[in-house]
Design a binder for this molecule. Structure first.
Ligand code: ADP
Ligand code: MG
Length: 696
């Protein structure tokens, strides 16, 4: 493989220095190896020859065998084109070229058999093809099985570099390399019955059959995911071995008193399990970096609090950081209510904390008399100095950048343990890769007695019925949320639709009190409106997604989401989590235009069919792809995967991870000769996808 890596593509017949430069700029292909690893994006079946009379409406690329009857240049100036009449012996069609007219005319002749490969288009009842591939009947690749369509750019197409050229060049390279060194150790290949590398490369470019293509894909995807995981895991394990952390060996007064005197209910099995995992981690002497996933309402806050108490029992301070003032304030209320009675000093620090209170907080943090600090970004400012910070909880981490996390680590000589909590369920296989450096705990059980929220999809024409149901709920003493989308590119329009929605609700329900919240409001006004709803004074809240995170009003039993088709699934799930917090049966009503596409309907039906956040996240990932996943972008990692797909190749991600774990368990530093291939490959792949400096 070294030779392939080191040989410049300019030496390939038909490429040369000029095209080599274009390929390098456009596709990042410099070496023979790069070329072999530029895989087709899809395949078309070239085993069938079509007749023109059998062409149908929207056909993919097809091939036809026949002869050119005549060529003529038509039009003038920029509109000049070459038009040929082509016959398959029964029917004729028109073939059109807009570029390279002179070369085409010289290359192709009438009265000779050719195989054309292109997309049929119907114009004035007559079939035509624009810029088809033209092959002589004996050319390799023509009319043979599956044929790859390569990812290309317009610049390349304009330079006459197409799938056919890339195919030919890969064949040249493969012919020049009768043997290619394996990139995986033989024992892995044997154990997983993987296709050998050279055979996989041959089949990915020129599949012998659909089955062989499948095996080739599995082999190459596995390899890619395997090295990605090996890279992440060997770094993580190394860091874990090196990073000395607090060793929280005690469970003392604070924890025990709280657990036996204050805890308002029995912990769920999942909460107990997760606390055990966290305790074990914090007692290991290494710094903990753990992700706590749990659906909305699964009781993460309580878990966080119990872990903070362990930190206090070990003579350190704890800190909880939330993404918004509202959420920070809510955490502060919950936690101080529970913890103050047993003598724990809890304080809230946000951007709007007054100077006097702020000074007090600084003093108490410094002398150690402040046990738990709760706040927003304000807590990571450099002026905030702890006496001995041992444990940090970050809630809803997708709103915190990695750099901010790193600032927290530096608040102490010994870096504090870090627990990141998120209610955005991230499918396991994705978490494994994106948060490969974090251990993961999952609360997969809701506290008992919760009734799942009933979710319904309704259209504008059902609006009156929906309002009747709303009326009945309010009469029974419940409260109702009505949420409107807010999309940043068009804030004005959205605000208008929000205002109209608000006005129309007040008209429809003159007998009820309606409050109104959006992100552009002054914080004090927002606070006031929220308070109206939280206190039960307002029956209906009309809002944008500002209520997505954190608002906790157990008496609210209906969530109406307007223009639901404009929300992502994860966001809908978060919104739905605002209801179903009390004992009453709750409802989430997705209002949508009647004219939605089939895909949109299917997407919304995921919501009506399940309340399981992980199922929803998986569906979201499948439909939108991982690049779009909330939080993925902010995590600052982009994976340049050539063939594997984190969304649809979950099983292979798992397989790769299991294999990596097994190998590193047995041979942590990859010193065994059996693993020499691995170290060599890892070193060669120094073009590592992950920028480690950004996460550790
Ligand atoms: P999350 O942050 O995971 O969305 P919270 O911690 O806000 O969830 O908990 C949601 C609600 O469930 C809170 O009112 C909390 O007091 C309650 N709760 C948490 N754990 C339990 C439990 N084991 N049994 C009953 N109620 C619980
Ligand atoms: Mg929460």
């Amino acid at each position: 493989m070294n030779r392939l890596r080191n040989t410049d593509i300019k030496f390939i017949k038909g490429i040369g220095p000029k095209r080599a430069e274009i390929l390098s700029k456009q596709l990042g292909i410099h070496s023979y190896r790069d070329l072999l690893y530029h895989f087709p994006a899809k395949y078309v079946d070239r085993s069938t020859l079509y007749k023109i009379k059998d062409f149908k409406g929207d056909m993919p690329m097809v091939q036809v065998k026949g002869r050119f009857v005549a060529f003529s240049v038509q039009g003038e100036g920029a509109k000049t084109r070459l038009v040929a009449v082509f016959t398959d012996g029964i029917t004729t069609m028109e073939i059109v070229w807009f570029r390279k007219i002179k070369q085409v005319k010289e290359a192709y002749h009438t009265g000779v058999d050719y195989i054309l490969f292109g997309k049929p288009e119907l114009f004035n009842n007559h079939w035509s093809m624009v810029h088809p591939e033209v092959d002589g009947v004996n050319t390799v690749g023509a009319s043979q099985g599956l044929r790859g369509i390569y990812p290309l750019t317009d610049t390349l197409r304009n330079q006459n570099i197409g799938s056919k050229q890339l195919f030919t060049w890969t064949q040249t390279v493969l012919n020049a390399a009768p043997s290619i060194a394996e990139t995986l150790p033989q024992y892995i290949i044997d154990r997983l019955k993987l296709m050998p590398l050279r055979e996989a490369l041959v089949n990915i470019h020129n599949p012998k059959s659909p089955a062989e293509l499948q095996r080739a894909k599995v082999r190459l995807k596995f390899e890619e995911l395997f090295y990605l995981q090996l890279d992440i895991q060997s770094h993580t394990r190394l860091r874990n071995r090196r990073l000395i952390g607090f060793k929280f060996s005690k469970v003392g007064q604070y924890f025990n008193r709280f657990y036996f005197e204050q805890l308002p209910f029995e912990l769920t099995g999942a909460q107990k399990r997760v606390i055990k995992e966290i305790r074990a981690d914090m007692g290991s002497g290494r710094q903990m970096n753990r992700l706590l996933q749990g659906d909305v309402g699964s009781g993460k806050t309580l878990v966080a609090l119990l872990c903070m108490l362990i930190a206090l029992d070990n003579d350190t301070q704890a800190c909880l950081m939330a993404p918004t003032e509202i959420l920070a304030a809510q955490h502060y209320e919950t936690i101080s209510q529970l913890a103050s009675p047993i003598g724990i000093n809890v304080k809230l620090l946000t951007g709007s904390t007054r100077k006097k209170e702020r000074d007090l907080i600084h003093d108490q943090l410094a002398d150690g008399s402040l046990h738990i600090l709760i706040g927003t970004h304000a807590v990571i400012e450099d002026s905030v100095q702890f006496r001995n910070l041992g444990f940090v909880v970050i809630d809803e981490q997708h709103r915190f950048g990695v750099a901010q996390r790193a600032r927290l680590w530096r608040k102490n000589i010994t870096p504090p343990h870090i627990l990141v909590m998120t209610a955005t369920p991230i499918p396991r296989t994705l978490a494994m890769t994106i948060y490969g450096d974090l251990s993961v705990s999952v609360i997969d059980e809701l506290p008992p007695g919760r009734k799942p929220v009933t979710t319904l999809l309704r259209y504008d024409e059902n609006r009156m019925k929906v309002y009747q149901a709303v009326n009945a709920q309010i009469k029974a003493g419940r409260q109702v949320y009505i949420v409107h989308p807010l999309i940043e590119e068009n804030e004005k329009l959205d605000l208008k639709s929000l205002e109209e929605g608000y006005a129309s609700i007040r008209e429809t329900f003159p007998q009820y009190k309606v409050c109104y919240v959006h992100g552009k409001m002054k914080p004090s006004e927002k606070e006031h409106q929220m308070q109206l709803f939280a206190s039960g004074e307002a029956n209906i809240m009309v809002a944008t997604t500002v209520i997505e995170v954190g608002v906790n009003v157990p008496n609210a039993s209906v969530m109406i989401i307007e223009n639901a088709e404009r929300f992502g699934l994860s966001q809908l799930h978060q919104l739905r989590g605002r209801v179903g917090r009390g004992a009453e049966q709750s409802y989430c009503i997705l209002m949508s235009h009647y004219k939605i596409t089939k895909e949109t309907r299917q997407r919304l039906e995921v919501m009506t069919s399940t309340t399981d956040g992980f199922v929803i996240a998986e569906a979201d990932l499948k439909m939108r792809g991982p690049g779009d996943m909330e939080g993925t972008l902010q995590s600052g990692m982009a994976f340049d995967l050539k063939i594997a797909n984190l969304a649809s190749d979950g099983q292979l991600v798992q397989l790769a991870r299991d294999m990596v774990d097994m190998i590193l368990d047995n041979d942590p530093e990859l010193k065994s000769p059996l693993n020499s291939t691995l170290t060599a490959e890892l070193r060669l792949q120094k073009t590592s996808n992950i920028d480690w400096s950004r996460i550790s």
